[in-house]
Design a protein around this ligand. Structure first.
Ligand code: NOJ
Ligand code: CA
Length: 568
């Protein structure tokens, strides 16, 4: 009997692998190919009832904005019941809407409106952990079957008569990853806060529960999932101490980067679990469902997701590896490195921003806002943008006493600035009215950035050279056949320019030129990159100081310092 089950699972596994590899080959006809996907951080997009927190009705009321932009899909950060310790990433009921966001009827209306507007809806799936208030955890504490095995429980180590955690594993949010539970008299494992116990995926009952969560939302019309923290699902069953990393000597012993995560991250079985979820999505009728996976990891482990059912294994290179000091050569290296590592035929993707990272204008500087957007647009594949990227929102610095993010709070008053994600999560800046048009309430859950009077959507709609008008052009450019099917060259032109050239046989190329220097440099760019002598400016950032629509002489061409142009 057991053998039959294993064989059936093996055959399923092989079929699944073949399917996902075939589907990944270029993602040719998939709806997400060559589009922009837009992340809404639910708490900060639009508040409909004046309580200072964004909600579903708020999102529904603003879906037209996404249609105007031209994105294919909206991904919603968690909308589920939660005590909000990690602002929705600590879920107490995976199939209920948190009252702060609305009701299931509000959700149904949101889906209906999105469908009418031909917008796809992608939900966040948070399968690594639940809230400690989830009834499964409460029953697990009480050792009620089968919940007793839903979480990772271990006995204490007794050292010189004192109770110690089972090993040295550290939480991503500082300190031991083990929390003592006095009722069950065991430690439970938590990769994030102690209020987010990790699931134990060796429980088949748990595996089924999580598939049912996917089915629940698929039946309500969602078009796919963003799967968070997927590389943390499985822990090695030997529970050995992790070795110290090379940075251990200059980091506090509580910092997760002081260990090499040999036993807690990037385990092989994570990929098997993903394939099982892929099969659940593939057996649902209707439009093809997308899977986007979040894993901050090495290229090898990122690329492996392409062969195991993820359509969009997030590529964080633009966020994590482009620095102010990169220069044209550094940027080229980051882009080429990623494209060269991609499995043959896999669809590339470029993450521009999200709720876990500083915004471009603050991480780098304001000049880079449009440049990063332009790079993500001109390179092949999908671009994933975060609410506010389209208007160049920047971080709002937070004082210690304003800090809400547990990643910041756990780091303490001296280090919270390096860890807190609050600054990038402030309310969307719609206009120059109360609370930037986000809420009728003057007090919002996180403060509105004080720059909202000048940085807001309404004002940018009136400006021909705004971040917003550029973003619209970029999103529409993605559909250009040269970008869809052309080759990609990255070139350093005369030390000053990063050039990305997209080419289709017998057609004039599409060229992105970024001047990484502070002064204008003229050069025979046509000869250097084999482009026509005359090209037209399709889009430009404000630094370029050049008119959209202008025809330029590429044999003696230059743009002002920090300028960026797309030529066609
Ligand atoms: C991934 C989410 O993007 C992040 O915001 C959250 O803190 C962690 N998962 C833990 O749930
Ligand atoms: Ca609200």
């Amino acid at each position: 009997m057991l053998l039959t089950v294993v064989c059936v699972q093996l055959i399923w596994g092989l079929v699944g692998l073949r399917e996902s590899v075939a589907q990944n080959a270029t993602g040719k006809d998939e709806w997400w190919r060559d589009t922009f996907i837009y992340q809404v951080y639910t708490r900060s997009f639009k508040d409909s009832n004046g309580d200072g927190v964004g909600d579903l009705n708020g999102i529904t009321s603003k879906l037209e904005h996404l249609v105007d932009l031209g994105v294919s899909a909206v991904w919603l950060s968690p909308i589920y019941a939660s005590p909000m310790v990690d602002f929705g990433y600590d879920i107490s009921n995976f199939t209920a809407i948190d009252p702060i966001f609305g009701t299931i009827d509000d959700f149904t209306r949101l889906i209906a409106r999105a469908k009418a507007l031909k917008l796809k809806v992608v939900l966040d799936f948070v399968p690594n952990h639940s809230s400690d208030t989830h009834p499964w955890f409460v029953k697990s504490v009480q050792r009620v079957k089968p919940f007793d095995e839903y979480y990772v429980w271990k006995d204490a180590r007794i050292v010189n008569g004192t109770r110690k955690p089972p090993n040295n594993w550290l939480s991503q949010f500082q300190g031991s990853a083990w929390e003592w539970n006095d009722q069950r008299k065991q430690y439970y494992y938590h990769q994030f806060t102690a209020r987010q116990p990790d699931f134990n995926y060796s429980s088949t009952a748990l595996q089924e529960e999580m598939k049912n969560v996917l089915r629940f939302w698929l039946n309500r019309g969602v078009d796919g999932f963003r799967i968070g923290a997927i590389n943390y699902l499985i822990e090695d069953s030997h529970f050995l101490d992790e070795p110290k990393s090379s940075s251990a000597s200059f980091l506090p012993a509580t910092d997760p980067n002081s260990l090499k995560h040999n036993y807690t991250v990037d385990r092989d079985q994570n990929y098997d679990i993903l394939q099982a979820w892929r099969r659940v999505l593939d057996s649902t009728n209707g439009t093809r469902k997308v899977i986007m996976t979040e894993a901050y990891t090495t290229p090898y482990f990122t690329m492996k997701f392409h062969q195991h059912g993820s359509n969009i294994p997030f590529n964080f290179n633009l966020i994590r590896n482009i620095k102010l000091s990169s220069g044209a050569l550094g940027c080229k290296g980051v882009i080429d490195g990623y494209l060269n590592e991609l499995p043959s035929g896999a669809l590339p993707n470029w993450v521009v921003g999200n709720h876990d990272n500083r915004r471009t204008g603050s991480r780098l500087n304001s000049r880079w806002i449009d440049q990063i957007n332009m790079i993500a647009a001109v390179l092949p594949g999908v671009a994933i943008i975060y609410n506010g990227d389209e208007i160049g929102m920047i971080d709002r610095p937070m004082a210690w006493n304003e800090t809400l993010d547990p990643a910041g709070i756990n780091a303490g008053p001296l280090n919270y600035k390096f860890k807190s994600r609050d600054s990038a999560r402030t309310p969307f800046q719609w206009d120059n009215s109360t609370s930037a048009g986000f809420s009728s309430n003057k007090k919002t859950w996180l403060p509105v950035n004080s720059n909202y009077k000048t940085v807001n959507l309404a004002i940018q709609k009136t400006q021909p050279y705004s971040h917003y008008s550029l973003m619209k052009k970029l999103i529409s450019l993605k559909k250009n056949p040269i970008l869809r099917n052309g080759t990609t060259e990255t070139t350093i032109v005369h030390y000053a320019y990063l050039a990305i050239v997209r080419r289709l046989q017998n057609q004039s190329p599409v060229v992105l030129l970024i001047n990484v220097h502070k002064t204008l440099v003229r050069y025979d760019i046509a000869a250097f990159i084999n482009a026509p002598d005359k090209m037209t400016v399709y889009a430009a950032n404000s630094w370029a100081n050049i008119s959209v629509g202008a025809q330029v002489d590429m044999t003696n061409f230059g743009i002002d310092g920090y300028g960026a142009v797309i030529l066609i």
